[in-house]
Design a protein. Structure first.
Length: 304
């Protein structure tokens, strides 16, 4: 462990809190108050005045100011005392489901931003001859683990939104038939998005698909795991179920096809988690030992 890695790990810790916040975007997830409070305390500490993150933002001009604004907005809306998206209510973690897409927008954008910062440090450390191998490995295994969780979360939400879309179209068609006696689907210019509810849900679907493609495009795992890249391509192909350009397999129901899409990366998540933990755990043990030695040296100096 050296000072450079220690400094970079402050930014890496932000990516962990952001990554773990994905669970708040899973419908009906079992959420622990203790985990929420721990994340809140840690993120508040990481964003304190004179912290590495605050120092970085102050010294990086408009880009730094933008990052500071975004991460503080995320904190306020998810972990703040008056948070809008996630909060503790009657000793339970409560999530405002109508703001799930905003939550994902925060998570996906900020995680990429802080991951890019961590990779920027890696490149600089390598140039300076100070890159430690375990830090480099940590970024690789973290990238794959995060993306598998993010994609799973996005697909769970896009499937739910697709069901909402179909129900909204059905209601629109039934309403039109009742009002005019004519099935609008028989018209060559049939477009259900003229209905405000259908249009709103369609826009949300497009946002979710955009999130998926953003996560896929920024994948770094292809450098060491082509299998994961293939999984992302498989998800991309299956997503065309939504627009009808991918057909169901013989005998396959739409419900089964959507479940298959949602579960594409699931069999690999535990493998990716374990690979991440095998690097993360010893590295952070080294960090604790390094900081204990620093503190001991400081105390010894003050005692003289």
């Amino acid at each position: 462990m050296n000072q450079e890695t220690r400094y970079a790990l402050a930014f890496y810790n932000v990516t962990l809190i952001i990554r773990d916040s994905l669970e708040y975007a899973i419908p009906n997830a079992k959420l622990a108050v203790e985990n929420y409070n721990n994340r809140k305390t840690m993120l508040a500490h990481l964003l304190e005045e004179n912290s590495p993150i605050e120092f970085f933002c102050k010294n990086n001009g408009e880009t730094g100011a933008k990052i500071k604004t975004q991460v503080h907005e995320f904190f306020d809306d998810v972990y703040g005392d008056d948070s809008r998206i996630v909060k503790i209510d009657h000793d339970q973690v409560s999530v405002e489901q109508s703001l799930t897409i905003q939550l994902l927008d925060y998570i996906i954008g900020l995680h990429e931003t802080f991951s890019d910062i961590c990779r920027g440090f890696k490149n600089q450390f390598e140039k300076d001859g100070k890159l430690e191998d375990d830090y480099s490995k940590l970024l690789d295994v973290s990238d794959r683990f995060y993306r598998s969780l993010a994609i799973r979360t996005i697909l769970v939400n896009s499937n739910a939104k697709f069901t909402e879309f179909n129900n909204a179209v059905k209601s629109y068609v039934e309403g039109a038939i009742k009002a005019t006696g004519v099935d609008p689907r028989t018209k060559p210019d049939f477009n259900p998005t003229v209905d405000p509810s259908v249009k709103f849900i369609t826009n949300e679907m497009n946002q979710l698909i955009g999130f998926f493609r953003f996560v896929k495009t920024h994948n770094h795992s292809g450098e060491f795991d082509p299998q994961f890249t293939s999984l992302l391509e498989e998800c991309e192909n299956k997503i065309h179920l939504y627009d009808g350009t991918r057909k169901l397999l013989p005998g396959q129901t739409m419900q089964a096809a959507l479940k298959d899409l949602e579960d594409t990366v699931v069999p690999y998540i535990e493998e990716y988690r374990q690979a991440w933990f095998n690097v993360f755990n010893p590295l952070f043990q080294s960090l604790r030992e390094f900081e204990e030695k620093m503190m001991a040296a400081k105390n010894e100096g003050e005692a003289k």
